[in-house]
Design a protein. Structure first.
Length: 65
């Protein structure tokens, strides 16, 4: 989920007008969210098994993810 948050934050930062109210922020996040393609989110979902296995092997410690 962190990569998706990163895309949302980067997209909001890249907007020509930075949100200055909560309502503007909500609108901006919705705009950016609509631009994120399903295939991009799917690639993160597809890796979840690999991520879970790495976390289990590390017993909750540091992983490359």
């Amino acid at each position: 989920i962190e990569p998706v948050w990163h895309e949302l934050k980067a997209g909001v930062r890249a907007l020509p007008h930075r949100p200055s109210t909560v309502q503007e922020l909500v609108t901006a996040v919705k705009q950016v969210w609509e631009k994120i393609e399903t295939k991009d989110v799917d690639k993160y979902i597809d890796r979840m098994d690999e991520v879970i296995e790495a976390v289990l092997r590390a017993k909750g410690g540091h992983t490359r993810f």
